[in-house]
Design a protein around this ligand. Structure first.
Ligand SMILES: [Fe+2]
Ligand SMILES: [Fe+2]
Length: 221
């Protein structure tokens, strides 16, 4: 076990450059924000999930690291970016001083975070999937490019706040969205259903249920 922390990884210049390049590539092709706001949120939530479920501190730190670096593969291509992230990161995380077992754990989780090909393969993987897939928020819309005809922009723009609650006793991981009338729950599900189903499976891996609510009403009983 190494003692490389999220703070060390955040200070790594190569990783910082890869995150910036990935976000710029996605901006060029019209995707929502994948910069420090998104990866910071995913890092924080992935760590919180394992922390609240009493995983040991090192697993929590590795989930935070996985969250921070998971999307760097977008600088190569959007398609299969999770797998590309893993391949890019394996030497970079090793060079950063992480234990090779830990590098493999983090890379396996990252290579499985996309809904097209990913499956929950570990505790870190489950936390990363949930943290990444629930990140719908108005702050992800690039205002210069906001297009009300685009369903992704409409749905993200309608989400005014999100809150995640992990109830260890009752084994529930709950996400609550505050949504306004810019979009609707059915539009949300049109683009996020596969991701929400992926969250349900990831929660099950952690021996929890995944509760999805909008404006106080749970929709996946
Ligand atoms: Fe991703
Ligand atoms: Fe992501």
């Amino acid at each position: 076990m190494s003692n490389v922390t999220l703070a060390d990884i955040k200070a790594n210049k190569k990783i910082e450059t890869m995150i910036r390049h990935s976000n710029e590539c996605l901006e060029a092709i019209g995707y929502t924000d994948h910069g420090p706001r998104h990866v910071g949120y995913v890092s924080k939530i992935a760590g919180n999930i394992l922390e609240q479920l009493d995983f040991d501190a090192r697993r929590v730190e590795l989930a935070k690291i996985a969250g921070w670096v998971h999307d760097v593969g977008n600088m190569i291509n959007r398609k299969h970016h999770g797998m590309l992230s893993s391949v890019l990161l394996l030497p970079v995380l090793s060079e950063a001083g992480m234990d090779f077992e830990e590098v493999c754990d983090v890379c396996s989780a990252i290579g499985n975070h996309e809904e097209e090909t990913g499956q929950t393969v570990s505790d870190i993987s489950a936390a990363l999937i949930i943290a990444d897939k629930v990140d719908a928020h108005k702050a992800r819309v690039r205002l210069k490019q906001y297009n009300p005809e685009d369903i992704h922009d409409r749905v993200n723009f309608s989400i005014k706040s999100t809150s995640m609650n992990v109830d260890k006793k009752n084994r529930v991981i709950a996400i609550e969205y505050a949504m306004d009338s810019t979009s609707s729950i059915t539009e949300f599900l049109e683009i996020y259903l596969k991701r929400m189903r992926m969250c349900e499976r990831a929660a099950k891996y952690l021996d929890c249920t995944f509760a999805l609510s909008f404006n106080g009403v749970r929709i996946n009983m």
